[in-house]
Design a protein around this ligand. Sequence first.
Ligand code: DOR
Ligand code: ZN
Length: 357
Amino acid sequence: MNYNLTHTQPEYIVQQLTLTRPDDWHLHLRDGALMQSVVQDTARQFARAIVMPNLKSPIIATAQALAYRARILAALPVGARFEPLMTLYLTDNTTAQEIQRARQSGVIHAVKLYPAGATTNSDAGVTDMRKAYPALEEMQRYGMPLLVHGEVTDPKVDVFDREAVFIEQVMSPLLADMPQLRVVFEHITTQDAVQFVTSAPNHIAATITAHHLLYNRNAMFSGGMRPHYYCLPVLKREGHRKALGKAASSGNPKFFLGTDSAPHEQHTKESACGCAGIYTAHAAIELYAEAFEQLNALDKLEGFASFYGADYYRLPRNTDQITLRKESWQVPDSLAFGEHRLVPLRAGEKMNWKMGG
Ligand code: DOR
Ligand code: ZN
């Protein structure tokens, strides 16, 4: 990683940053025409991405994942070099044989657990962890990571507590039963999850989004209801945001980049019952650079964004580089999304880092 510094008394300000090309270890690409309009945003910045399987018709079988992968590759702009890393959607009925097929495919890198009803397109998710044990045991045997949406779905549990309660009621018992299972606790949002992952064995890791590093829950309510800041797990209070920043910038390889960029049509978010999801793929690495700069930890960005995820997934690190410059630019008010529009994070606002090329 290289810096270009400007000397402005009494501090040095980083003006340019060159780092190994990053990967996104948690991404929603959707499908069809919708995917076509967002995939280039990710491919411009990242070499690879772990692609979530929560399509309207979820990716529950290896054959579906292979077909989805082919559609992603076909949707890429000419000349783009981007590798989609596929996942399977775990259900109550996922068999050990399906896990074997996934492993043998060579292109399925993980299996995603959505507790049924936890979020967008999660109705086919797991209703009772024990039902998924045959599949999970097979994954444990082969070292295939389980990617966890870590929230309980009990409506009696306060929405801001669902991650902490999940650790206690689901994650801890699961790891007690399967101590060798490799688990990525996805898009963590709380100090509780930071602590849990930090003190767990090395095969337990976590992804952290840019929006959870940059915003706390006030963002959803500043001057009115702001649906474009609504995602799941929901933004938490400032103390939790600070804990995430500390973890991301600690240099601990258990914590790595996963945007959870989740596009929704504008009208489905600006609605009486708005969808959960924040779109960040248009400016992902720039948003992370801003977060790490605020943390005074730009020197820790490359490990978090470009090394630790690849190491965890036992894939080679990328060898090419990207360059970010300190340069002000304005995010458009909205972006094309199939026949509709989507409102990205920072719409109409300024960014202060810009990726070159
Ligand atoms: O905010 C979210 N959006 N959280 C999720 O877990 C799913 C995602 C989506 O698919 O829209
Ligand atoms: Zn997600």
